[in-house]
Each structure stands twice: as structure tokens, then as C-alpha cells.
Ligand binder design. Structure first.
Ligand SMILES: Nc1nc2c(c(=O)[nH]1)N[C@H]1C(S)=C(S)[C@@H](COP(=O)(O)O)O[C@H]1N2
Ligand SMILES: [Mo]
Length: 310
């Protein structure tokens, strides 16, 4: 059992019970449902996806975005470029069975059967703010575990300085691969200390259920202080490497999308300001906060020029 510090974002123990209502439905209650005893996700309809027992460990301090928006307004270019395409088209993704390979510069490479992993891990519910580089944002109750737990299990070598992530690239399951919008497979990366940060979440669920396909079933990354495109979906490979890995958006438009892509209202996108954002469900735009409000990560970048390493 992990002994937890009490960082700013942690819930006091007395609030860790689900007083929260999601829309009109009750939050998932820890222990109510035996995770793993349920059928796997294979749906774009969030209501048809199996529940996961999770303990809420973190609250964003503001209401979650409506389920219909979280699962209906998506970026998942493997299914098209329109926000509604993933919900309409990702039914062809087969998230079960799913194998995630973790390797590279590690002592103990690992091949995960994701269904079994979901049945076994001590899942946490964390309500994070989520800011897309396009200027919209949401508040999303994810179900996941710190990626650090998986990293520790594979015992990275001292030479491992970055972590590279890769999405499935199967044209039979992903019609969008026919269009050369990005250099498929979708790839992302983090520096080792970013990957080890307690906020970096290896995510298998949303709103107390397994991820609907359009949200990156069956397993994805969520890095809440970075622009949304760093939160890579439907991951099949995680590799520990020595040098900064190539990442899809950076390869496509290096002037617009840096490797770090920390949310930063002071660094504009070349084609628009990043000073403000539209929270989906609200009308007025609100100010964007440095690191999306997760100031505790600032130490990761001490001494770095964040305009240069954008
Ligand atoms: N494989 C893959 N991962 C991806 C994307 C994508 O197109 N393909 N889009 C990214 C972008 S731009 C965003 S904003 C988030 C959206 O996540 P959501 O649909 O669950 O809100 O996924 C990110 N992960
Ligand atoms: Mo995004």
C-alpha cells in the first residue's frame, strides 16, 4: 500500500465519498461492481460500456463537463477530423482483447493483457481539467492509475531518458488512416520525469466506466498540464528511449506544436492566442492558466526557457 503525501489537489479523506452526481446519475461507488467480472468495452455508447470500480482521489474543484460532450466532442483523427466523427465511426475499433507492450531500455519488459490489467489495478477516479490546443476545454472524471506504477514495474535502465507512446494503426479498424493528415501511427512522448509525475495518468475509463472507443479505448494517456494532443489514445506500445522521440504533431508542424506543449497562456499558437479558452458548456471564455492550473509541475521545468521549449 502506497503512503500518499497530501498534494494540493488531493481530496481530504472525508470528501472522498461520492457526493458528486454526474448529470443525474450517481458516481461510481468503490466496490459496487467487481471490475473485470464484466464484459469488455466495445462501444461508442458510453452507457453500454462496463463499469470500473474506482476510488475518487482527486477533484478539479469545478463541475465535470456533461457526459454527452466528453464522449461526443472528440479529437481522434484515426476516425476523421470532425468533432463528431469519433463517436459516429469508432465502433470499428476492437478494444478487447488488447495487448500493450512496454519495453525498450528496461530491465523487465512487459506484455500487458489490458482486460486483465483493468481487472487488477487499484483504479482511481481523478477529475482533471483538460485543455485542447485548439482553445476549448473540459473537466473530465477519468479512471486511471499513475503511469509511474507501470514504469516502476518495468525497471527502466539509467540510460532511459524519455518515454515514447504509440497508438494502434490498423486500417481495418481505423478508416481515418487512409488520409495522410498525420504520419501514422500517432506517436507521443514525455521526458522521464514528466512520465513519472504523479499527475500523469494511465487511463482506462471515464465517468466510472471503461473508455468508450472514441475516447481512446481501451487504454490511453492523460497529461493534464499539457495540451490535449499529448494525451495519446488507444496505446499499443510504450518504449523507454535515450533521445527525445518523434511525435506526430511536432513532425507535422514543428513551428506550431512543440515537444513539451505545456499549457501556457503566454505562448501563442502561431495562428491564435492561447490566453483564453472556451469551457465546453459555457458561453464566456475564461482565462487559461499556466500549466492548465497544475502549478505543482513547474519544478519540472526550472531553468528552462518555456518560450523556446514550447
Ligand atoms: N491516437 C490519437 N490520440 C489522440 C488524438 C488523435 O487524433 N489520435 N487527438 C488528441 C487530441 S488533439 C485531443 S484534444 C485529445 C482528445 O481526447 P478526448 O476526445 O478523450 O477528449 O486526444 C488526443 N489523443
Ligand atoms: Mo487537442
Amino acid at each position: 500500500m502506497l503512503i500518499r503525501r497530501n498534494p494540493s489537489w488531493a481530496l481530504p479523506e472525508r470528501e472522498a465519498t461520492p457526493e458528486a452526481l454526474y448529470m443525474n446519475r450517481r458516481a461510481v461507488v468503490a466496490g459496487l461492481v467487481a471490475a473485470g467480472a464484466l464484459p469488455a468495452a466495445a462501444s461508442t455508447d458510453p452507457e453500454k460500456v462496463a463499469r470500473i470500480a474506482a476510488r475518487r482521489t482527486m477533484d478539479a474543484g469545478e463541475p465535470a463537463t456533461a457526459l454527452a460532450d466528453v464522449t461526443g466532442y472528440n479529437n481522434f483523427y484515426e476516425y476523421g477530423l470532425d468533432k463528431g466523427d469519433p463517436a459516429r465511426r469508432a465502433g470499428t475499433l476492437r478494444p478487447s482483447p488488447w495487448t500493450l507492450r512496454v519495453g525498450g531500455l528496461v530491465k523487465t519488459p512487459l506484455t500487458l493483457d489490458v482486460d486483465r490489467y483493468i481487472a487488477r489495478a487499484p483504479w482511481e477516479e481523478r477529475v482533471y481539467r483538460f485543455r485542447c490546443v485548439e482553445g476549448w476545454s473540459m473537466v473530465i472524471p477519468w479512471v486511471g492509475v499513475p503511469l509511474s506504477s507501470l514504469i516502476r514495474a518495468v525497471e527502466p535502465l539509467g540510460s532511459a531518458r524519455y518515454v515514447a507512446f504509440r497508438t494502434l494503426a490498423d486500417p481495418a479498424q481505423m478508416p481515418g488512416l487512409r488520409a495522410p493528415v498525420l504520419d501514422w501511427p500517432y506517436r507521443e512522448g514525455l521526458r522521464m520525469d514528466e512520465a513519472m509525475h504523479e499527475l500523469t495518468l494511465l487511463t482506462v475509463g471515464v465517468y466510472g466506466r471503461r473508455l468508450p472507443n472514441q475516447n481512446g479505448a481501451p487504454i490511453r494517456l492523460v497529461v493534464p498540464w499539457k495540451y490535449g494532443f499529448k494525451s495519446i489514445k488507444s496505446v499499443v506500445a510504450i518504449d523507454f528511449v535515450e533521445t527525445q522521440p518523434e511525435t506526430s504533431w511536432n513532425m507535422a508542424t514543428p513551428r506550431e506544436y512543440g515537444f513539451y506543449s505545456n499549457v501556457n497562456p503566454a505562448v501563442d499558437h502561431p495562428r491564435w492566442s492561447q490566453a483564453r479558452e472556451r469551457r465546453i458548456g459555457e458561453f464566456r471564455r475564461r482565462e487559461t492558466l499556466p500549466f492548465n492550473g497544475y502549478a505543482e509541475v513547474a519544478g519540472l521545468y526550472a531553468g528552462m526557457d518555456l518560450k523556446r521549449f514550447f
